[in-house]
Design a protein around this ligand. Structure first.
Ligand code: PMP
Length: 387
């Protein structure tokens, strides 16, 4: 078989191989605490599930518009207005099968040899994978240069060249759990006004998982940048809907037609029942989000203290999402060695930092989307493992 060379440049999501290895050990009778994959461990809210059931009962079983049913796109614009007081054209909203397609479609819109794409490292690994796949040049900004793993607006602006086409921002970030507040985003947005050739892809999928009552500094707050703004959002994290494969994104007007074609060439459309569920989620009460955040805050505090109490482990305070990203080099192990030992000796599945970026040899990622009992037990097991 003669295969396309581009295939060799595709990366993957290591969290799925960690899960496979952990499941195999479990099947052999080894107990395992799963702190690997990043998904909320709550049920999808009842009224959301009911809306999907009703849609199926009402006969919404066929193909629908590739860019999303208008009712769902309108619900998204209402949500944007309510949360960020921004009026956006609903034709610029596309419904996607999850948040992920937006990253690969956006990178396919701009990526080709000679094009530069600025991206955070560490980051959700699909970004770098897709940049490499398209043959464009990845231009990383390293979050590990900051003790709190936050990005620096001036550093990002200094990386822009004539060849830059796309700037990727993830806030709050996966895997670091770091959250950059509005003052720094204001500086970045102001600086970006000088570079009209750069499109911004703002991954805001964790916008509802921000701690300590801080506000989400969405890029919807900067109308002057909106013509060249892509916002990646969705239901996966906020409403515990990762397996529904439902997301939405906002696009520059001139990209809508191209991205719609990419949708038609790949997935056709998102099933209507999921979209009706999505409308119920956005228009419905936020009680489930409030309850989830009470739990996530308790877990965040528990894991942050617990990790810092371990000998040789240092962890900054996660400001958003549900990940802790400690440096473990003080234990005498690399992140990969630490993860291997944690899986085999402590029965704890976590992901090595290098799964998210080359500069993260000393780090590991814990997802704290797990019960407090499980988090406490995992910390205790790792403490024993470290002697
Ligand atoms: N962006 C980031 C930063 C993520 O961490 C994830 C999922 N872990 C996604 C996007 C993709 O979300 P989805 O599951 O909706 O495709």
């Amino acid at each position: 078989m003669k295969l396309a060379t581009n295939l060799n440049r595709l990366g993957t999501e290591t969290a799925f191989s960690v899960l496979a290895e952990a499941k195999a050990l479990e099947a052999k009778g080894n107990p395992m605490i799963h702190l690997g994959l990043g998904q909320p461990d709550f049920k999808t809210p009842k009224h959301v599930v009911e809306a999907a059931k009703k849609a199926l009962d009402d006969g919404h079983h066929g193909y629908v518009m590739s860019n999303g049913i208008p009712e769902c796109r309108q619900a998204v614009t209402r949500w944007i207005k309510r949360r960020y007081n921004a009026d956006v054209d609903f034709e610029r909203i596309l419904i996607m099968p999850g948040g992920k397609p937006t990253m690969s479609y956006a990178i396919q819109c701009f990526g080709e040899p000679g094009a530069e794409i600025i991206h955070p490292t560490p980051a959700f690994p699909i970004y770098e994978s897709m940049i490499n796949y398209t043959g464009s040049t990845p231009v990383p900004y390293d979050l590990t240069e900051d003790k709190d793993l936050k990005f620096n607006p001036e550093k990002i602006l200094s990386l822009i060249t004539d060849k830059t086409r796309l700037l990727i921002l993830i806030n709050p970030n996966n895997p670091t759990g770091s959250f950059v507040e509005k003052e720094a985003i204001d500086v970045l947005a102001e600086g970006l006004k000088k570079y009209p050739h750069v499109t911004i892809l703002s991954d805001e999928i964790y916008s509802r998982q921000i701690f300590d009552n801080k506000e989400m500094p969405s890029f919807f707050h900067y109308p002057e940048l909106r013509d060249r703004l892509i916002v990646l959002e969705g239901w996966s994290k906020a409403y515990s809907m990762t397996g529904w494969r439902l997301g939405w994104s906002f696009w520059p007007k001139e990209l809508v037609e191209h991205v719609n074609k990419l949708l038609i060439n790949s997935v056709s459309c998102v099933n209507a029942a999921a979209q009706f569920a999505g409308i119920a989620a956005l228009d419905g009460p936020d009680d489930s989000i409030d309850e989830m955040m009470v739990k996530f805050t308790q877990r965040r505090d528990l894991i942050h203290k617990g990790l810092n109490d371990l000998p040789g482990v240092e962890c900054s305070l996660p400001g958003g999402a549900f990940y802790a990203f400690p440096k473990v080099v003080g234990t005498g192990m690399s992140g990969a060695e630490f993860c291997k030992k944690a899986m085999h000796e402590a029965g704890v599945a976590i992901v090595p930092g290098t799964a998210f970026g080359k500069t993260c040899n000393d780090y590991v990622r814990f997802s704290f989307a797990a019960s407090r009992d499980n988090i406490s037990q995992a910390l205790e097991n790792i403490k024993k493992m470290l002697g």
